[in-house]
Design a protein around this ligand. Structure first.
Ligand SMILES: [Zn+2]
Length: 273
């Protein structure tokens, strides 16, 4: 019987890696030595809970196959999908659950295959470029420029010292950005959600941009509070000469974003002195 509902667990059928919650694991590989307590051979290490097995089978799944990729397995993990279904995920597929989307998984596979192929080509053709090639391949996901350099190196075997220095700088900057992003994520987890209403805030200007509209246009600014929350709105005319990095205190009418409780839009700002 073809199981059509299984499609949502498949990479090509709407698989959503963030829709699974870990339940339990099992290991049906058999003992190769005698169990000193039971005195028997061939016992499963960690048999599946029979209630879970019944649930799997009632739903048309089973514990001998990875629900995600279909391959045979003798050990794996049980996950509860948001639809309520219990599924089996094998060891190799478990790492896919840490991605946000199926697209990300496919992109990661494509890129690493291509990049590893390029690196192999470089190493076969010239040992001199091995270290640079490895560096570019390991960091190719951090910048389009670096992945482009890897392509060019594999094709032409020439990169100048300046280009290599530039690649190192790009990697350093990308690493710094991801450290900052991780710090902000950790900080913002503790911040309260935005509230709607008119009140004062103090924060740092992250950017100022000119936005044109039907009436001409105005400067808009992105402000980050000390707790990591951000808001976006018009730049008061009193802040004409304000710049990125300045700390400002404004009173404005805030409305929380529908998509992100740590982000708000503001109107009618006035500078608080
Ligand atoms: Zn699998």
């Amino acid at each position: 019987m073809k199981n059509t509902k299984i499609q949502k667990h498949r990479l090509a059928g709407g698989f959503n890696p963030s829709a699974y919650i870990y339940v339990d694991q099992f290991d049906h590989r058999q003992n190769e030595v005698m169990d000193s307590q039971s005195g028997s051979y061939g016992e499963a290490h960690d048999p599946i809970d029979s209630a879970f097995n019944d649930e799997l089978e009632l739903n048309g799944y089973n514990c001998d196959h990875c629900t995600h990729c279909g391959s045979r397995l003798s050990s794996g993990s049980l996950y509860r999908h948001t639809s309520g279904e219990l599924v089996v995920i094998g060891h190799t597929c478990v790492s896919r659950l840490s991605f946000n989307t199926a697209d990300e998984i496919q992109r990661a596979h494509r890129e690493s295959r291509i990049q590893q192929g390029l690196l192999r080509g470089i190493m076969n053709a010239s040992w001199r470029w091995r270290i640079v090639g490895e560096f570019l391949q390991q960091n190719a996901d951090k910048s389009e420029i670096i992945s482009d350099m890897l392509n060019k190196l594999a094709k032409y075997f020439s990169l100048s010292r300046r280009q290599i220095a530039f690649a190192r700088k790009l990697v350093r900057e990308a690493d710094e950005r991801s450290t900052l992003a991780a710090e902000r994520e950790a900080k913002i987890a503790d911040a309260a959600d935005w509230k709607d209403g008119r009140f004062e805030i103090e924060g740092e200007i992250l950017s100022i941009k000119w936005k044109s509209n039907d009436f001409g246009g105005s400067y808009k600014m992105l402000v980050e509070l000390a707790d990591g929350r951000r808001c976006w709105g018009s730049c008061p005319s009193k802040l004409d000469s304000a710049d990125k990095g300045d700390i400002v205190r404004i009173k404005a009418t805030f409305s929380k974003s529908n998509d992100d409780a740590k982000f708000a839009f503001f109107k009618r700002p006035s500078v608080v002195s």
